[in-house]
Design a binder for this molecule. Structure first.
Ligand SMILES: NC(=O)c1ccc[n+]([C@@H]2O[C@H](COP(=O)([O-])OP(=O)(O)OC[C@H]3O[C@@H](n4cnc5c(N)ncnc54)[C@H](OP(=O)(O)O)[C@@H]3O)[C@@H](O)[C@H]2O)c1
Length: 454
């Protein structure tokens, strides 16, 4: 069946969007049909009901992102454009803003117009354009992170206006760049968007673009709902583990004996956070013998299940904690990670000095996810300690590392050796992003993850 026959067939019928019951121009239908397989075309044409064919607004959005590719226009197209233009103007007058039909190449996004204005839901934000290795993902669920509200409130990580936040999501591959060969249209995927300066990759929008080499196909054991909130925590934890040189994400030729020595003990302050929970699980996979975490007692069962071997109550005094830790690691602690803040960073550095008669003998490692040591820290505590910070942009800037991390963690997720946070607080729609961010700021998260179903 050729495209012209189809259009002939539809010449005298009225086409309606089933959600709005408004007419849709023949031009939109023509573009839709031209993109479908013959079998799908016949199904649609079979559904012609007297003089009315209904297509859903998802179809018309689906159509919208193909407009640039189908730009050939005839005089009848121009007439149709005028009808479509008029219809849109009429629609704009009649419908409340939340129901307005979007421009055909636009989508909905939550934007920051300025630091002083509230987040704004823009129904006419452009759909991002693809490069060679990229895919366009239709977001179904979005994970919310503290940085999404903190960045706006404390004015960091926002470099221009309008700006879009959102660093993780799950959804369906909608369009492929010309060099993409590892995923197909329709694949279910989830992402961690670390390239925050590139607004096409932000997730507070219907469609997000990301490098196809750095996305996870949905493992069979996971749902789109629970996977939307994995990305940021897992990438951050993966970057911490990478700083420890334990050779988890690539096959560098390490001195195995030296490596195994390094895997005796690790302490993570803040194990019940999203990031902390993945560090514990990756440390277990990497073979650490003593995985110690500081957290609330109420999370003990959860943390033990993840692989923590010792849990210290975060509400005990520093002296009490040092005493307990000395019993656990009489030989001294090798690696300390802080996922909470400056004050706890300083305490973890003290932990690394437990029973350290000669600091020069054994170098130790500290990784700060949130903070550096405070300026007035006792300098002797830092002696022969490697201070490391985590920069998650390494994930996309060093594609080889990113690919290794995705591939290894996909395997671990599939084998359920890494489990996502399953305590989900669910919000709905773009308004839900705004509500979720307000609640996250107000109440925080206690071993739980805020997500939004679009
Ligand atoms: N460097 C980076 O690139 C990077 C990337 C991602 C995240 N981050 C940062 O890492 C931190 C963690 O992020 P997230 O999303 O994983 O956090 P999250 O899940 O929201 O963290 C909440 C958890 O932290 C625990 N917690 C709070 N204060 C604690 C304390 N003093 N001691 C022990 N546990 C404490 C809470 O325990 P309770 O239930 O006991 O209250 C709660 O379970 C955030 O500050 C985030 O901004 C940095």
């Amino acid at each position: 069946m050729t495209q012209s026959t189809k259009i002939e067939t539809t010449k005298n019928i009225e086409i309606k969007d089933i959600n709005t019951n408004k007419s849709i121009s023949k031009q939109l239908l023509k573009r839709k049909l031209s993109d479908l397989k013959d079998s799908d075309q016949s199904t649609i044409l079979k559904n012609l009901n007297d003089r009315t064919l209904s297509i859903s607004s998802t179809d018309s959005e689906d159509l919208g992102d193909r407009l640039d590719q189908n730009s050939s226009s005839s005089s009848s197209d121009e007439e149709d454009d005028q009808v479509e233009q008029k219809r849109k103007l009429e629609t704009d007058e009649e419908e409340p803003s939340s129901k307005k039909l979007k421009r055909s190449d636009s989508q909905t996004a939550v934007v920051i117009k300025s630091f002083d204005e509230p987040f704004f839901i823009d129904n006419n934000y452009p759909i991002p354009k693809l490069n060679d290795y990229e895919v366009l993902i239709e977001n179904k669920y979005i994970g919310l992170n503290p940085v999404d509200w903190k960045g706006k409130k404390y004015r960091f990580g926002v470099y221009s206006f309008p700006w879009i936040q959102g660093r993780e999501s799950s959804g369906v591959v909608h369009q492929l760049g010309p060099k993409v060969d590892n995923v197909s249209k329709g694949d279910e995927v989830f992402i961690a968007s670390t390239s925050y300066r590139d607004l096409r990759t932000s997730t507070f929008q219907n469609f997000t673009i990301f490098d196809s080499r750095l996305i996870w196909k949905l493992p069979e054991v996971l749902s789109l709902k629970e996977s939307c909130a994995i990305g940021v925590g897992l990438i951050t934890a993966g970057s911490v583990i990478e700083e420890l040189n334990v050779n988890l994400f690539d096959d560098k030729d390490f001195d195995q004996e030296k490596l195994l020595k390094k895997r005796d003990s690790i302490l993570i302050w803040g194990g019940s956070s999203g990031v902390g929970s993945y560090i514990i699980q990756l440390a277990k996979v990497a073979g650490f013998k003593k995985i110690i975490t500081v957290a609330s007692e109420k999370h003990n069962e959860f943390l033990t299940d993840l692989g923590a071997t010792h849990i210290l109550d975060r509400f005990k005094s520093k002296d009490e904690l040092i005493k307990e830790l000395t019993d656990i690691v009489p030989e001294g602690l090798q690696i300390g990670v802080d996922v909470v803040g400056k004050q706890t960073t300083d305490i973890v550095l003290e932990f690394l000095n437990i029973n350290r008669s000669n600091p020069k003998e054994s170098p130790k490692t500290f990784v700060g996810v949130v903070s550096k040591p405070s300026k007035d820290i006792d300098e002797s505590l830092l002696e022969n300690i490697e201070l490391k910070e985590v920069f998650i942009k390494k994930f996309h800037e060093n594609v080889k590392f990113g690919e290794g991390l995705v591939s290894k963690t996909w395997e671990l997720l599939s084998q359920e050796k890494i489990k996502p946070q399953r305590n989900l607080k669910i919000y709905k729609g773009f308004e839900g992003i705004l509500d979720g961010l307000k609640d996250l700021e107000k109440f925080g998260a206690s071993n739980e993850k805020y997500i939004v179903e679009l």
